[in-house]
Design a binder for this molecule. Sequence first.
Ligand code: ZN
Length: 202
Amino acid sequence: MSFPKLKEAVESWAIEDHFTFSVVKKDVKRVDSRCRARAMGCPWRVFASTMMEGELQVMKISSSHTCIAAPVAAREVANTQNWLRRTVPQHLFVTKATKPMEIVETIPIHYGEKVNYEAARLTNAALIADRVEHQREHFHQIPSYLQLLHQHNEGLYTDLHTTAEVNGHQIFQRLFICPWQSRESFQSMRKLMAIDGTFLKA
Ligand SMILES: [Zn+2]
């Protein structure tokens, strides 16, 4: 286990069980998380320490709370970027058109937690940027994908169209892929004319 993975696990636990925790001690070797209500005697605790081999191991878990009836502080975890960026995509397909309010409205439905607008706005912007970056990576793979296709399909015909952008990047337009079998069989097809209709848009 790593420090970030443990943090994610404890955050998810806090959200699911509706409590807040704070890290009371953290250094390169150990991390100690306690329930926020520990001052009132709540024993909930997750303590992890790095072993000789460098592996982080959870040494102590006190999983029960005595703070259930105690007044609950504002849920901070639900407003952390780390948790939101991990959680929002599980419930919402974020596109350029997604508004921060959708995040503000979605999270309480699933977790009963309030998300402030600013946290939602930051998450939304980050997820949109991620998506664009992600798509760019995928489009970058098209040439090597075509190369692979050609290697394994003799006689394959492909036609990739891109347009050059000002800053040197290429923009994908369309891709045509035709296996030789389709080309061959097309030669012996009966001639036919197909007429289809479409809507006219002003
Ligand atoms: Zn507690």
